[in-house]
Design a protein around this ligand. Structure first.
Ligand code: NCD
Length: 328
């Protein structure tokens, strides 16, 4: 497996990921994907190591796929749930992390509703001089690197199953539609897709797509374009990524109604006619059926990559845990 270019001990953001690093993740994930297709789906790579999933915020697929990824690598896993932890007795997040350190944890996978928590824990581990890798599994509205990497893997393996690599995305048009303002998935994807040379077209009502997004991805290989109507974003798109309306993060009334939002920005089979004929649709999940995407489209195997994204998540997270374990 290609690890020679890998030096990262923590994976906190994609803002400074290099093309080599993206390709190393893609190639390593492709090898693990092959392992997962075998009868015996397990390798001894992380035997004896402890991976702790510290999820301070709800999750279904990210948490389960990190747990499965760690188990497929033969690591021991610890699962922490905020609601039933000593946090409810007043323990701080850093003290929780240090407790897991004292238990012998080698890698921490962290999700928190505030931006910056995984970075703070990584800084504390470095300050303590311990070799514990920290992986950001979603921090507030900031970043969700492993989600963007699994999206990249899903797209690149579709374009070339044998050799997924970022160069396949050069000149491809990718529309990201929905609640971009609140989306850490969109932010991480903008980094990875523009670094790959794709054209990224963002579309949302102005309340969910502020002008500041124009600055993302400048001075990269690809470009970012902003649209406050959906049609120009979908026109000739190769891939459409639709995002959940994150009602739990909305502090003001940003939309007149869900029905109007669906009429103006919902992804439907009809709307896909504007795109390339073999367009594919992604959604990180969880989805609001009938709001950002029509229910029939979600389940349509001709267009939907949603299940494939979940499956990719295990191989990509195995790759990340493996690479972080091997980094200097
Ligand atoms: C996303 C998240 O939590 O950021 N989901 C995920 O990890 N698959 C997106 C969302 O919550 O809408």
């Amino acid at each position: 497996m290609a690890t020679n270019t890998w030096t990262r001990h923590h994976v906190l953001s994609l803002a400074d990921f290099t093309t080599d690093e993206y390709n190393t993740v893609l190639q390593t994930a492709a090898s693990f994907s092959e392992v997962l297709s075998r009868r015996t789906k397990k390798v001894p790579t992380l035997q004896g190591q402890v991976v702790a999933n510290l999820f301070f915020e709800s999750s279904t697929r990210t948490r389960s796929s990190f747990e499965l990824a760690a188990k497929r690598l033969s690591a021991d896993t610890l699962n922490f749930t905020a609601a039933t932890s000593s946090l409810t007795k007043g323990e701080t997040i850093l003290d929780t992390a240090k407790t897991y350190l004292a238990l012998g944890t080698d890698m921490m996978v962290i999700r928190h509703r505030e931006a910056g928590v995984p970075q703070a824990i990584a800084a504390e581990m470095d300050r303590l001089g311990v070799r514990v890798g920290v992986l950001n599994a979603g921090d507030g509205q900031h970043e969700h690197p492993s989600q963007a990497l699994l999206d990249l893997f899903t797209i690149c393996t579709l374009l070339n199953p044998q050799q997924p690599q970022v160069e396949l995305l050069q000149g491809k048009k990718i529309a990201i539609v929905g609640d971009i303002l609140h989306s850490r998935v969109a932010r991480s994807n903008i980094w990875s897709l523009t670094a790959s040379g794709a054209e990224v077209h963002l579309a949302a009502p102005p309340t969910l797509l502020p002008q500041m997004f124009a600055d993302f991805g400048t001075d990269r290989l690809g470009n970012t374009f902003l649209h406050w109507q959906i049609e120009p974003a979908l026109q000739n798109a190769d891939f459409v990524m639709t995002l959940r309306l994150q009602k739990e993060r909305m502090t003001q009334y940003l939309l007149p109604s869900l029905r109007e939002y669906h009429q103006l920005f919902g992804i439907t089979r009809d709307r896909l006619q504007l795109c390339k004929p073999n367009v594919k649709v992604l959604h990180p999940g969880p989805a609001n059926r009938g709001v950002e995407i029509s229910s029939d489209l979600m389940d349509d195997p001709q267009f939907s990559l949603i299940q494939a994204q979940v499956t990719s998540g295990v191989a990509v997270r195995m790759a990340l845990l493996y690479l972080m374990g091997s980094g200097v």
